[in-house]
Write a protein that binds this ligand. Structure first.
Ligand code: FMN
Length: 404
């Protein structure tokens, strides 16, 4: 990450905050330091790592450094708003919490903590198929705009049950993730395990040095499970390892556009396709009636090395025009990243790790802090580039760094 974190070169005595008070975290990177200290390494590695040599992961951040703002001066920016419509309804920020699995291991009831913080901050949250809470419980969080993420795993009975549950829970949108015909090759994550269902001795030894994490988990009395799959896989009371094994055997490398048409026909509300990078795929998504796509390389966790969504965004926007909403994720850590994505044509961003760092650092308060940091930074960037609202961000504000 040398390309991003050069703070120490300016002054070697600089230190990020890694203590226990989320209120003292100034940046998402502070929350990341806190998460690293609080979590057993195998869990931190699961959040942090990318596939293989992690070129994609690094490039996701580097892509945001290939542009510079060219601010407008002397515009009255004293009255600003960060509010922006998502699917025609106001959102406090052009931001959605991305679907992420295993949240219940980072903090007890982690999915509920993400949902409550999202509702309090006035932004939507997408709940993963492999979350550790039931869709209906998370969707019931007061004031939450709930999106349900969907992996088309297993047979049609399993898929239809997942779709019907999300519909019954009142989810505003279904997010179909399509960049995982197989799991990415996350070798650093794999090293934590002696077998797919067995942490290594070194992993357990290291985890023993995190007593506070153990106490929080033990207070819950049982290991988190994949609550949305547990009753669908045809086993009696399967534990998380049994469900993981089922997932491994039931991924769907055959998934194709025909399946998306079927999902479109069955799903009654907003349909979002997540994990596209190509303009022709975005056009095809628009053609089948998707309401939005998320340009994403899954935070560098799948194809390696893959293009960064920020790199493909201008071409995709040019191809699809206004036919659907265009979101982007992978690498968003700053308010300026949100501004840059909007200036290049996105309607909003998703954040995965940024809010997970907050969750691991301090539960709901930590997620709230992450969202507050991003909101404050985004608001400041608006002012500094001469804009009063997100809709004023456009391509004219950016200079490609190579020409700077
Ligand atoms: C720990 C972790 C778990 C994830 N689980 C899922 C998931 O279950 N479903 C999904 O569609 N994407 C999943 N993702 C990908 C995120 O939705 C999102 O695309 C990615 O995190 C964006 O990159 P960022 O972390 O740099 O913000 C996961 C990402 C992380 C970091």
């Amino acid at each position: 990450m040398a390309i991003v974190n050069r703070f120490e070169e300016v002054n070697p005595r600089r230190r990020r905050y890694g203590g226990r008070d989320v209120g003292k975290a100034r940046t998402i990177d502070d929350l990341r330091c806190m998460a690293r200290r609080r979590l057993p390494n195998f869990l931190y590695e699961y959040i942090e790592g990318g596939a293989e040599d992690e070129w994609t992961l690094r490039n996701n951040r580097a892509a945001f450094h290939r542009y510079r703002f060219l601010p407008h001066a002397l515009r009255d920016v004293s009255r600003r708003t960060t509010e922006h419509p998502i699917f025609g309804r106001p959102s406090a920020l052009p931001l959605v919490i991305a679907p992420t699995g295993f949240a219940g291991f980072f903090w007890p009831d982690g999915d509920m903590m993400l949902a409550k913080a999202a509702a309090a901050a006035g932004v939507p949250m997408a709940q993963s198929t492999v979350s550790n809470a039931r869709v209906r419980d998370v969707a019931a969080v007061a004031g939450l705009r709930h999106w349900a993420q969907f992996y088309a795993w297993g047979g049609l009975e399993v898929q239809d049950a997942l779709l019907d549950r999300a519909a019954a829970a009142g989810s505003e949108a279904l997010v179909v993730t399509v960049d995982g015909p197989l799991s990415g090759n996350r070798e650093w994550d794999q090293r934590s395990y002696a077998a797919p269902d067995r942490p290594s001795a070194a992993t357990l030894f290291e985890a023993a040095w995190h007593p506070r994490w153990w106490l929080r988990m033990l207070a819950r009395r049982r290991l988190p499970n994949f609550e949305n799959l547990v009753d669908l896989i045809g086993a009696t009371n399967p534990d998380i390892f049994a469900v993981s094994k089922w997932i491994g055997a039931n991924q769907n490398p055959a998934l194709c556009w025909r399946d998306l048409e079927r999902i479109r026909a069955r799903w009654p509300r907003r349909l979002v396709i997540k994990g596209l990078l190509r303009a022709e795929d975005a056009l095809r998504a628009a053609g089948l009636g998707a309401d939005a796509i998320v340009l994403s390389n899954h935070g560098g966790r799948q194809a390696e090395p893959a293009a960064s969504p920020l790199e493909t965004l201008p071409d995709v926007r040019a191809a699809v025009g206004d036919r659907l909403s265009l979101f982007l994720d992978s690498g968003v850590r700053r308010g300026s990243d949100i501004a840059m994505a909007l200036a290049l044509g996105a309607d909003g961003v998703l954040v995965g790790r940024a809010t997970l760092y907050g969750l691991a650092a301090g539960g709901e308060a930590g997620v709230g802090r992450a969202l507050e940091i991003l909101r404050t930074e985004f608001d400041r960037v608006l002012a500094l580039v001469g804009a009063t609202r997100p809709a004023e961000l456009d391509r004219n504000l950016l200079l490609p760094a190579a020409q700077a």
